[in-house]
Design a protein around this ligand. Sequence first.
Ligand code: S3P
Length: 449
Amino acid sequence: MSHDLPPQPLTATAGLALRGALRPPGDKSISHRAMILGLLSIGETRVEGLLEGDDVLRTAAAAEALGATVERLGEGRWRIVGVGLGGLADPADVLDFGNAGTGSRLMMGVVGGQPVTATFDGDASLRKRPMRRILDPLVRMGAEVVGEQEGGRVPLTLRGPREAIPITYETPVASAQIKSAVLLAGLNAPGTTTVIEAAATRDHTERMLRLFGAHVEVTAHGPEGHGRTIALTGQPTLRGTDVVVPADPSSAAFPLVAALIVPGSEVVIEGVMMNPLRTGLITTLIEMGADIERLRERDEGGETVADLRVRASRLKGVDVPPERAPAMIDEYPILAVAAAFAEGTTRMNGLHELRVKESDRLAAVADGLKANGIAHVVEGDDLVVHGDGTAPRGGGTVATHLDHRIAMAFLVLGLATHEPVTVDDGAMIATSFPSFLPTMQALGGRIAP
Ligand code: S3P
């Protein structure tokens, strides 16, 4: 199934400098996890600043279908009354996750570890995404895959065991989704479930499990301490709690790069989460010469947040090392746009995981760059963008392949190219940044249907 709405083409046109302040929506990763741990705990969880995008609303609906009481109290304010470990109900219907990879994969971890049976499905994009990476460890933990499409795709039905088997699992790719699915299944295992990752990925699951009362031990290993071993003690009592969701750095990335490339711009982006496992883009842009100041650093809901003051900057090309990929995995499309304005060559190394995101992002970015006259080459899993320090031609129409981040990245491009840039469908932007259009327009950005 594709999304039900007709495609919504959008066009971005260069205009005056961008000015003003904004707060991006709540972090998508943390919002999904708050719903899921709310479901698995006893008592009430109250969430402030939840991302009310389509992806998270699908997870909320799934939590409800599995037995939680989920209630919206006001803008971004939600109340979840959980069922506790072992209290899940078989959902009456298919769990339709729409476009949401994170929601579906994490919820597979939940179902795969509990005595419950559920069918997972999603849109045309989700139906193409690999699920074997999640199902393999879950099967080792006692789950049964009742029906699945060729190569482990949704729709599929998963039946969890009465009690999960505690395992030690070395993730084959650096993926917070795989790690999280195993840990969530391990909640119902008698003993210690251990995940070993060669490179640290976002740690929101570990942090939130602790917040809800679980015992999680994390140790660094490997060359330069990049790897992580995460050990969860099974069968804890999870208690509902308050969760404050900071602003999503992956959404902040779009107005941030827009302010860098539109001449004369100065924008403040407020309350952005600065978790070091999420700030690879900021590190890279600063290496490229970006004028980004971190103001008012403070703690919000257990994460460091900051206001970012961003001024238009002359950028230069850099090499982005593959080890940085987990800390900026969703930011390569918008980095490629920044690189198109930089003087010199930007080489983004080790992007194989980009091929299995909401679209084949490596191909989608390359096609979008080509359509807009931007010199680039894909060499294996590396993307190389050549800039001469001036604005590219633009003028292209970009195929977004049901991918929100491709849509937003190329709209940002069009705010600073000689000719307008059109994306064929902006509907998916609502999955992660429903207020993207009015937010960019309020800064002075010319984006319209
Ligand atoms: C996410 C993990 C990443 C990221 C996704 C959100 C998460 O996926 O791309 O947008 O919340 O755990 P992978 O774990 O597949 O790299």
